[in-house]
Ligand binder design. Structure first.
Ligand SMILES: *Cc1c(COP(=O)(O)O)cnc(C)c1O
Length: 237
């Protein structure tokens, strides 16, 4: 079943690439496995997947330890608290949701302590949703310029979570805007900053995100089915 779902998602990504004149090799499917057991992750691995996204630090660390597979890439995609940075450094390929200068500063400090470096994305609240984390379109650049000064922290691009909408076309404008912002920043040639990654699009809207330039889509439900939200609530998530 998971293999069928993955096949369908890849086909949709390829179709979206075709519609927008892109090469499917530019787009990475990140399997968002939060709340899902290792058996299902292993089904993905058998089907050829290597990149997984998790939201919760404890769950991420447990899964990395239990899976113990050097060929996998684990991405931290959820909101990260500063006091938890130390647990994930050196274990994650990319930290997607860096949403404040203070968080980036904490990552820098812990990297120095541990002799590590970290690749990050800056989260942008393009749709200006009250409930969401992220830099605003207006304060992104000033913060990026400060974060770029941290020698052990490398900005690789931008990330956004678009609003939940019934018609995903409504999110196209936000994806297009984030792409434009990343092109503008790339054009500034800032030291220690590249805009090679654009992490946008989830189950509901990843096809539109690919059409607008996403290089990483974060897909959970379309691969694994609906999550058990009772369980998430019970764990205080
Ligand atoms: C849960 C989550 C996803 C995946 O959402 P689906 O709608 O299940 O595809 C993607 N990105 C983030 C940040 C998430 O928290």
């Amino acid at each position: 079943m998971i293999a069928d779902n993955l096949k369908m998602v890849h086909e949709k990504i390829e179709a979206a690439c075709k519609r927008s004149g892109r090469n499917p090799s530019e787009v990475t499917l990140l399997c968002v496995s939060k709340t899902k057991p290792l058996e299902l992750i292993e089904e993905c691995i058998k089907a050829g997947e290597t990149s997984f996204g998790e939201n919760y630090v404890q769950e991420l660390c447990d899964k990395i330890q239990e899976e113990d597979n050097k060929d996998l890439n684990w991405h931290m995609i959820g909101h990260l608290q500063r006091n938890k940075v130390k647990y994930i450094l050196g274990k994650t390929t990319l930290i997607h949701a860096v949403d404040s200068l203070r968080l980036a500063e904490q990552i820098e400090k812990e990297c120095v302590k541990k002799g590590l470096e970290a690749d990050i994305l800056l989260e942008v609240n393009v749709a200006r949703e009250e409930s969401k984390f992220g830099f605003t379109v207006d304060n992104l650049l000033e913060n990026l310029l400060e974060i770029a000064k941290f020698p052990h922290v490398h900005i690789k691009g931008l990330m956004t979570s678009a609003p939940y909408v019934t018609n995903p076309e409504e999110n196209r404008k936000y994806f297009a805007q984030l792409k434009q912002i990343s092109v503008d920043i790339e054009g500034k040639n800032i030291d220690n900053v590249t805009m090679s990654v654009l992490s946008m699009g989830m189950t509901n809207d990843y096809e539109i995100a690919v059409e607008e330039g996403a290089t990483v889509v974060r897909v959970g439900t379309a691969i694994f089915g609906a999550r058990n939200y009772d369980l998430e609530d019970r764990n205080g998530r």
